[in-house]
Design a protein around this ligand. Sequence first.
Ligand SMILES: Nc1nc2c(c(=O)[nH]1)N[C@H]1C(S)=C(S)[C@@H](COP(=O)(O)OP(=O)(O)OC[C@H]3O[C@@H](n4cnc5c(=O)[nH]c(N)nc54)[C@H](O)[C@@H]3O)O[C@H]1N2
Ligand SMILES: Nc1nc2c(c(=O)[nH]1)N[C@H]1C(S)=C(S)[C@@H](COP(=O)(O)OP(=O)(O)OC[C@H]3O[C@@H](n4cnc5c(=O)[nH]c(N)nc54)[C@H](O)[C@@H]3O)O[C@H]1N2
Ligand SMILES: [Mo]
Length: 773
Amino acid sequence: MPNNKAPGRIQPYPHAAAGWGAVKQVAVNLVREKVSAGHTRALLSQNQPGGFDCPGCAWPDRAAGASFAFCENGVKAVAAEATSKRVRAEFFAAHSVSALLQQSDYELEQHGRLTAPMEYDSASDHYRPVSWERAFAIMAEHLRALPDPDQATFYTSGRTANEAAFLFQLFVRMYGTNNFPDCSNLCHEPTSRGLPGTVGVGKGTVTLEDFEHADALFIFGQNPATNHPRMLGELRACARRGASIVSINPLRERGLERFTSPTHPSEMLGNGSTTISSLFIQPRLGGDFALIKGVAKRLLELDDAALARGTASLLDHAFIAEHTSGFAAFAEDLRQQPWPGLLEESGVPRAQIDQLTEIYCRSANVISTWGMGLTQHKGAVRTIQMLSNLMMMRGNIGRRGAGLCPVRGHSNVQGDRTMGIEDKPTPAFLDRLQQVFDFAPPRHHGYDTVDSIQAMLDGKVKVFIALGGNFAMATPDTPLTFAALRACDLTVHIATKLNRSHLVHGKAALLLPTLGRTEIDLQNGVPQGVTVEDSMSMVHLSYGQNTPASSELLSETMIVAQLAHATLGSSKVDWLGYAADYGRIRDAIARVFDDFHDFNARVAQPGGFHLKVASRQRVWRTASGKAQFLVHPLDLDTPIHRARAIHGERLMVLMTARSHDQYNTTIYGLDDRYRGVFGLRRVLFIHRDDLAMLGLQRGEFVDLQSVWDDGVERRAQRFLLVEYDIPRGCLGAYFPETNALLPLHSTADGAGTPTAKSIPVLLQRSALQESAE
Ligand SMILES: Nc1nc2c(c(=O)[nH]1)N[C@H]1C(S)=C(S)[C@@H](COP(=O)(O)OP(=O)(O)OC[C@H]3O[C@@H](n4cnc5c(=O)[nH]c(N)nc54)[C@H](O)[C@@H]3O)O[C@H]1N2
Ligand SMILES: Nc1nc2c(c(=O)[nH]1)N[C@H]1C(S)=C(S)[C@@H](COP(=O)(O)OP(=O)(O)OC[C@H]3O[C@@H](n4cnc5c(=O)[nH]c(N)nc54)[C@H](O)[C@@H]3O)O[C@H]1N2
Ligand SMILES: [Mo]
């Protein structure tokens, strides 16, 4: 329904990131969530030894850091879980599912924590209470009745800790399928698929200590002030040491420009701030591949010139000779690559490419970090591989102060993959599972997230079980995804809070409430810790501190164990025994993964332990046994190129990203402070010249329509135009409101990740107008 009230305020935010603005928001959030005093105290044990791992992001912790003080968004994540608001059986009795569907995502989130297992009753269109026992029986009946285990699919969101994830994958494989869609498919999948081809391992190669020794940082497609606020502390330290920080982002995100550290009183009291980026490059959306290839080409040119002059080489020839393969072909391709295409596709002026190359050459040790700005594109895999090429040219991998640093999203998304949440498992891993647990795991690949939606639409998947997350809203093509879920015989969500996925259900549906990471997890009276792996491969223990939101909650681990027990019985695996003592699960994990040897002992050390990443040690697990230079041409025949050929400059490319007040699909509030948006979310950032070109004005409302060639009409209505410093031809908006525009099969080549940062669209003045100013 269109909102006829004044839609909010657009007003540039003049301050540095964090600072007093962040401190104020911490208080606002604790009040909004009505967090009790006891639970507020628990915030102080966030990311401290003996406390819980912050359920916010996957950025690692300094051992004795005062993380709490400056992570505004960590507090929001904890406050959202520690809220004193509750969704009880009476709530569902009072609101039908259809009625709840009319509420906004923000309103759904605000109802609070789920408290008891519920079953959908189609006669009344209400959720009604069900016993845990009956809930497990329903799931087991459905699963056992399927003629083929591949007719069920099992989603995992990245908050799930290692113990639950390990049991989940074991159960699902014993049941008989590798259908493991997960949130990583929507996120860093191109990293996980791209890096193995170049350096052998799909993980980053740096630790936090490396940031202390880096001479330059290149930050690609990330908004740390919002999504990884603790990263700003590292950036600040690097900047103050004199390291060069280059940000590559179509938007001049505030945290990449200036930061006021709440943990440094002099900065707070003196109203000071630290300048973060010494160079800011604003490529067009998806322009990073051409930019990185351009820098590699320029570097080679400079090196050729140095060679001709007889001065020192700019490449690390020793590294290239000893550790890599494919350099000659790669260099040849760079020499052949004409400049105009690189400049046109990147949208970056030649002078800036030269500037970036100079910084790269004069910095002995360089770290490249990246987020969704690189991964959510059609060319994501080759972009990440090109970045790896560039880093290898100067030996910037597997050396102190240098390396590849993908910055993951969910706090345990990397750990879940390590534990085997993987639709394309390696034969070696399956062999090991087979040996340790004495069963024949399915060998054929399963469905990822996009495949699962298509399979549901095709009637090939009948049962959908989600361990966390908000599948209906996090995925593309919203109306199609809704239809897919509604076509299922059974949908099940294991969740902490109500979200739209719970309302877009199959013929039968269960909603199972679970403990959050901040809550005390007692099994047989003994508090259980769970383990998580952060973005830099540190594995550590997390102990909840808060009283559970309801006495009826079961832990995720227990829910998985009960489901497995009900479905498969316990003759082969003592599921309930595992759930009674998570240490036993960790022992099993140690038997399956060599890197987890002595797991219980090592993780009990303060700070946990670091998982060996072979590429960090310059051990290359590639086919050639070397780090591999890969040749990739510019892709000039993408759906965007084709759409532009038809529509000319009116064809715009849309990125969908996070506002400051949301956690993925969870909307905490309606502001995006640093970008100057207050009280509304349906905004569209656009360049002033594009407004003029389209005959539109800021403050007007527009409708968006995707340009895709499958005949499906995809629209999103009534977005307020906001004039913004964004490259020509590019648009920015928030997800999930825009997911209806993202075609299901618009995915990253070789990774299947939806192209959430490059959706071809056309704009049209909306029939409903009203000024915001
Ligand atoms: N508070 C909070 N914390 C979070 C999350 C949250 O929603 N809220 N989500 C978590 C999760 S799951 C993830 S994956 C991470 C996400 O963290 P980020 O990776 O920071 O995610 P986004 O906000 O989607 O956008 C990233 C940035 O990419 C830029 N960008 C867009 N397109 C391009 C491009 O083509 N090239 C370049 N160079 N840049 C581009 C955008 O301008 C934006 O600054 O954060 C995690 N942490
Ligand atoms: N257009 C567009 N779409 C995107 C993105 C984008 O940038 N643009 N980003 C993508 C990315 S990077 C990601 S990672 C996905 C995120 O996709 P998901 O992980 O599926 O989504 P979330 O919004 O993080 O899930 C939130 C829900 O998780 C449940 N939850 C929270 N904590 C717990 C817990 O401890 N246990 C359990 N069982 N449940 C819990 C709550 O019920 C909450 O409503 O979205 C993707 N979708
Ligand atoms: Mo993510």
